[in-house]
Design a protein around this ligand. Structure first.
Ligand code: HEC
Length: 113
């Protein structure tokens, strides 16, 4: 009888360790990341979504819907804002500042997202 109790205690050690490992894995998986897995992109699109809506589905006529837009088109527009070649008033007011800091690599990653 005493033996079987001791065995149970020994067996419970790896079980507890397994639980810790599972918890760590679950927390790691819950980190907010974009589908591209790049935290920079996730942070950037979070800012964009304040005007363009969650997932780019804007409901305001001022802010264009970006969802389902062609990647090449998005890249071209973001480069035009950054390089200030797209210069209508709304573009100047809203998008020049947003795009000024974007690198070609960032633009590509955002447009892919
Ligand atoms: C402060 C609000 C605001 C934020 C934040 C913002 N945008 Fe915009 N965006 C606009 C407005 C307004 C326009 C329309 C400009 C115009 O009419 O020329 C626009 C236009 C665009 C366009 C062109 C769409 C089209 O149909 O031609 C793209 C692409 C775009 N934004 C991407 C982004 C991305 C990517 C971000 C994040 C880095 C972002 N925007 C953040 C307000 C915003």
């Amino acid at each position: 009888m005493r033996d079987s109790k001791a065995w149970r205690r020994i067996l419970s050690i790896p079980a507890a360790l397994g639980l810790v490992a599972l918890t760590v894995a679950a927390c790691g998986g819950a980190r907010p990341e974009s589908s591209s897995g790049d935290p920079t992109v996730a942070g950037t699109v979070h800012v964009c979504s304040s005007c363009h809506g969650p997932d780019g589905r804007s409901i305001s006529p001022t802010f264009p819907r970006l969802a389902a837009q062609q990647k090449d088109y998005l890249v071209a527009q973001l480069q035009a804002f950054r390089d200030k070649t797209r210069a209508d008033p709304h573009a100047q007011t809203y998008m020049w500042g947003m795009a000024a800091q974007l690198s070609d690599q960032n633009i590509d990653a955002i447009a892919t997202y």
